[in-house]
Design a protein around this ligand. Structure first.
Ligand code: MD3
Ligand code: FE
Length: 199
């Protein structure tokens, strides 16, 4: 079942439970090599979301600013994007370019992400693919202007969203998660993966 909302393509229930569990296991391996960090924005605010990444680049933010970086702040290269995760990209966008970054966001009970645009990538013709795991999240989607009207939808574990064409430049954010709505993650909360072409 595919939903199209303002250029966002939403695949509800794209990943079955077994695959979700295998991906969580893959992510444990990633987080061992590249531990989650709580990023600090250039203005000095701690983000409520914890982040890490896999692939040639990870997205980081600190006093220096926002950017894609070839290394975790610990100095090591990011681990490779696990095969089963990269396959989701191929399944939904086809075999154009492969993702160079899989950003991994962890939302504990009170975490959220303010309305923003993703514009640190070089080529906005390449889509972004999002994978939701764990607790449900209220995802807000707008348009290319901050002032554009927004629509919200609940994303559940196993849902995949493709942001291409017009929606690629859209403002978006996560208002809140509904803690305790999934038993996928042992401590609860939500993981969102976003695969991106960076260069
Ligand atoms: C629309 N993450 O990591 S995923 C992000 O659920 C981010 O963690 C949210 O926004 C999350 O930047 C939302 C959906 C998403 C991701 C990237 C986009 C929507 C997007 C890039 C362009 C347009
Ligand atoms: Fe984003």
């Amino acid at each position: 079942p595919t939903l199209r909302i303002q250029g966002f393509v939403v695949y509800k229930g794209f990943l079955n439970r077994t695959l979700q569990e295998e991906i969580v296991e893959d992510l444990r391996g990633v987080a061992k090599a590249a531990p989650f960090i709580q990023p600090v924005t250039p203005s000095g605010k701690k983000m409520s979301v914890k982040m890490t990444a896999a692939g040639q680049f990870g997205w980081i933010t600190d006093a220096q600013g926002y950017r894609y970086a070839p290394r975790h702040p610990n100095g090591h290269a990011w681990p490779e994007i696990p095969t089963q995760i990269a396959k989701i990209w191929t399944d939904v966008v086809g075999v154009t370019r492969q993702p160079e970054c899989c950003l991994i966001n962890y939302y504990a009970e009170a975490a959220k992400m303010g309305l923003h645009q993703d514009k640190d990538e070089a080529d906005f013709d390449m889509p972004v693919v999002s994978v939701s795991l764990g607790d449900e999240a209220l995802f807000r989607m707008g348009g290319p202007l901050r002032s554009d009207p927004t629509q919200s939808i609940w994303l559940a574990s196993g849902d995949v969203v493709v942001m291409g064409s017009q929606s690629r430049r859209a403002f978006h954010g996560v208002d809140r998660i509904k803690f305790g709505t999934s038993d996928l993650l042992p401590k609860g909360g939500r993981i969102n993966l976003t695969m991106r072409v960076v260069t």
